[in-house]
Design a protein. Sequence first.
Length: 77
Amino acid sequence: MCGQRESVIFQNLALSLITEIEAVLTPPGRPAADAGPGARVVYFAHLGLLMAFADGALGEPRREGPAPRSDRIRDRP
């Protein structure tokens, strides 16, 4: 998807999300810039998943085997 104009809103959102991801990935005592490349990888992977899901490429996952523990607990009478 590509438009004719840049969106300031989406640019600001991207910067905010990358900054938040950097904060999560930054080890204690290290500058956030050390996590910058990894944060961008996570951001673009997230964006790719959103695009794929919006396009219908990712459907409902098939459920095989027993239900996850949280479902078993929730379904108790």
